[in-house]
Design a protein around this ligand. Structure first.
Ligand SMILES: Nc1nc2c(c(=O)[nH]1)N[C@H]1C(S)=C(S)[C@@H](COP(=O)(O)O)O[C@H]1N2
Ligand SMILES: [Mo]
Length: 507
């Protein structure tokens, strides 16, 4: 006689987990076949990020850094499989209850698909319910096998069925991922972009503009080394054929430009330092690149900004938003809709086909990647993405300096040691950098040529190092004569302050 208690409890759990695996696999496969746009697991991840309190999101970014999104995706899959094991046990007794759990998961997936701006809704929802159906069918089948008597024969059959479904799940998911990836790469049109020349460009750095110190940050950050920060789990691959840039809101003549329209406008090319507000003192969430784009002012003059418009809102294809004072487009600073970075069309990670670059403002209030709309409104009428999450609405980049060499804790022989790094104060300009060793005097460092007020400058000194433990500090002064503050504050809510310090051992 077979009773529940005589069953191997691992079988129902395994059946439930593999049924969820099949559901994931079929959702991914259908996502690829139906061209939903992004993986539904990613869509669920986006939903979680949207619903999670800001502190949790920040915590994830801090702990997992660049891997925060892959970790989230892996976590969703793992949680699904664990929940599946529980549902499998339930199914052995009440299949109806297990079915309800699957339907509930399908409902969450559908909500994620509906609210994710990068998902085509109908295919997304069809993929989700296709996965639910496949998962339930798998569970039904395996549950009937589980109920068979504990014999070698039944065990073997269960294992064969289990292994078959597991292999199918992995194959379906992999195929789906490949299809999604291929489709997104093919449709973007990025390879075919021919960049126009700028009507006004800053001279490229000449030999001798940069300081020759081993280990110092390059004068212009290579694109591949440029930091990347955004809320996107999978980088949007915008299709140029359907992409437009709207300029809307408090303007006299709203327009909608195609990428070709944008490229037909006069372009400028400028060096601008971009920094993330989350950059810690001495951190590397800052970079200096050459940006080609249309001045924001030119675009706004075309549409005619109305009296009383005090805020410029930048929206991206994935619904991320920034907001900054409208003044920034007209006060003479560099502010542009950029289409190229260091002479190449924007990489997908950095906002292809177009992004905002506004000198002197932290990225979270200004630098919208995958830009889809520029809206003129009032300062009071709208708070952009990070503002309700506790970050300041006004966010000028603070003057900062960083020691690149020597490294923290490095042991070096006594003698002449180069101490070097970079300093930035966009859009004011860096006027001077000073270095202090232990309690010694502040020593003026040599500076690289100033490419622009928005550029970072390299700095260096030759330090005559005597044996012992030493602490090296750096501070910069902007062109207005303001020296960065020694007060130590964290990145939240509007940028870290304090002097970057490195400890070294001289032997
Ligand atoms: N669409 C979109 N644009 C965005 C963000 C984002 O999350 N989504 N993050 C902003 C932030 S916080 C920063 S610091 C810069 C970083 O630009 P980068 O990744 O090209 O270095 O992009 C900004 N633009
Ligand atoms: Mo940022």
């Amino acid at each position: 006689m077979t009773t529940e208690s005589s069953l191997n409890p691992r079988r129902p759990a395994a059946a439930g987990a593999v049924a969820v695996g099949v559901a994931f696999g079929v959702v991914e496969l259908l996502s690829g076949l139906l061209s939903t746009g992004v993986s539904m697991v990613v869509a669920v991840g986006n939903l979680i990020i949207d619903l999670a309190p800001e502190s949790v999101v920040r915590f994830g970014i801090r702990i997992f850094g660049f891997y925060d999104k892959p970790v989230l995706v892996a976590g969703i899959v793992a949680a699904g499989l664990v929940a599946g094991a529980a549902v499998g046990r339930l199914a052995a007794r009440h299949f109806g209850a297990a079915a309800v759990a699957f339907v509930a998961a399908g409902a969450i997936g559908s909500i994620a698909a509906m609210q994710d701006p990068l998902v085509s809704r109908v295919p997304g929802v069809v993929a989700v319910w296709g996965g639910v159906a496949a998962g339930l069918a798998t569970l039904r089948f395996l549950t009937s096998r589980v109920a068979a008597v504990e014999q070698d024969e039944s065990r073997r059959r269960f294992l064969v069925a289990f292994g078959g479904f597991a292999a199918f799940a992995v194959l379906a998911a992999t195929t789906g991922r490949l299809l999604v990836g291929r489709m997104r790469a093919a449709v973007s049109g990025r390879e075919d972009v021919i960049l126009p020349g700028p009507s006004s460009a800053q001279a490229l750095p000449a030999q001798g503009d940069a300081l020759a110190v081993e280990g110092i940050s390059e004068l212009v950050t290579p694109t591949a080394d440029f930091y990347r920060i955004d809320t996107a789990i999978s980088v949007p691959r915008v299709d140029l054929d359907s992409w437009t840039l709207k300029i809307s809101g408090m303007v006299d003549r709203p327009i909608e430009l195609t990428f070709d329209d944008l490229l037909d406008l006069p372009m400028v090319e400028r060096f601008v330092t971009l920094s993330c507000v989350s950059n810690r003192v001495g951190g590397n969430l800052v970079g200096h690149a050459r940006w080609l784009g249309v001045p924001l002012r030119d675009l706004l003059d075309r549409v005619g900004v109305q009296e009383g418009a005090t805020q410029i809102v930048g929206r991206s294809v994935d619904d991320f938003t920034v907001g900054f004072p409208a003044e920034a487009a007209f006060d003479g600073r560099q502010a542009m809709v950029a289409v190229a970075m260091n002479g190449e069309p924007l990489p997908f990670e950095h906002g292809f086909p177009a992004r905002l670059v506004v000198a002197g403002l932290y990225g979270y209030v200004s630098a919208t990647k995958w830009l889809s709309e520029i809206e003129l409104t009032t300062w009071e009428a709208f708070d952009a993405y990070w503002i309700p999450r506790g970050w300041s609405k006004e966010a000028p980049i603070k003057t900062q300096s960083r020691i690149d060499v020597p490294r923290q804790g490095e042991r070096l022989p006594a003698g002449t040691i180069p101490v070097a790094g970079v300093a930035w104060a966009p859009d004011r300009g860096v006027a001077g950098v000073e270095v202090q060793v232990d309690d010694g005097p502040w020593i003026q460092a040599e500076l690289s040529t100033e490419l622009s007020k928005d550029s970072w400058r390299q700095w260096a000194i030759d330090w005559e190092a005597a044996p012992g433990d030493h602490s090296i500090k750096v501070r910069a002064t902007d062109a207005g004569g303001d020296t960065q503050t020694s007060d130590i504050t964290p990145p939240a809510p509007n940028g870290a302050t304090g002097y970057h310090t490195r400890d070294v051992v001289i032997t």
